[in-house]
Design a protein. Structure first.
Lengths: 156, 156
DNA sequence: AAAATAAAAGAATATAATTCTTATTAGAGT
DNA sequence: ACTCTAATAAGAATTATATTCTTTTATTTT
């Protein structure tokens, strides 16, 4: 086991998951430390890959992307090369923000963020249904979102 | 219509969605401008709510949360007050990162990030099934993730 | 075309990140 | 229990970036 996260690391990650613009000074004060160890710990967390990146989270609706849709998909063939091709194609579709291979009633579950129902239908017709080996397709249209966070549970 | 986003705003948002640690200088260079207008535009995008927040994205697997699960849920009652209570309860569960009310074959779709199958089962038994009015519950266990991005499509 | 408005440039300042040096702490080995 | 060693934290100094302010340029309006 190379490096485990101690309590301070976990606290830092929890803070940065919520607001990555917090200064090292402000984090240091919250954790009753000075800036240097906080700074060094953050750099270590970045270098070792615990922190993948820092991003701006946009307000989808404000920007005009008012609709989130989940699409469950079954494929008719399951050869390795086809699955890879499917995922590759999906990666070219900017409206698809997630694509998971799943067990259960579907092979894949997609998450889409689009302008509206029309954009969703356009996606289905001009992109999704053009993929070969496509089996059953089942859409779940989001009516409202009760929770949507980037914060993953680290304990504490 | 208060404020539309012009091309430069959109470019800034695209950059910040990918890496929010980019300096104004580096963004300015990419867009062939100076730092001041970039800085002011970013502040405006923040103030007007196009940018909701800045966050650190962690590596779930590295941190020990190796399993993502989607759970489709139907409820037995649909009174307004119950739906609200349901969502409120869900918000207390840190392993649930998303909760959407959907149309289609389910009432709600949850996304969970947990350690492993055991943690998932614990969630089901000790948290989910304790909620009243619970109807059908159907889980999709993620086997692999082919795409997972925070970048929403702004065109360009 | 002139005036008014908004946006950008450039320079100056303030703040925070980063580095470096020194001190403290915690653990390992004797 | 003591000393040595390595790791971590503190504190000061430096560098880089964010932020503000002023001037200039471009754009829009009448």
């Amino acid at each position: 086991m190379p490096h485990a996260l101690d309590k301070i690391d976990t606290q830092i990650l929890n803070i940065l998951q919520i607001d990555s613009n917090r200064t090292t000074k402000s984090i240091a004060e919250e954790l009753s430390m000075t800036t240097s160890p906080i700074f060094e710990r953050i750099k270590k967390l970045e270098k070792e890959g615990y922190i993948k990146k820092y991003v701006a989270v946009l307000d989808n609706k404000k920007i005009g992307l008012k609709l989130t849709v989940f699409i469950g998909i079954t494929l008719q063939g399951h050869t390795r090369s086809y699955l890879e091709k499917f995922v590759k194609e999906i990666n070219n579709f900017p409206e698809v923000v997630e694509c998971h291979r799943v067990s259960g009633n579907f092979d894949y579950l997609l998450k889409l963020v689009v302008e509206d129902i029309e954009a969703y239908e356009t996606f289905i017709i001009t992109k999704l249904t053009l993929l070969p080996y496509l089996g059953n397709v089942q859409s779940l249209i989001t009516l409202s979102t009760g929770k949507e966070t980037n914060v993953i549970d680290l304990g504490l």
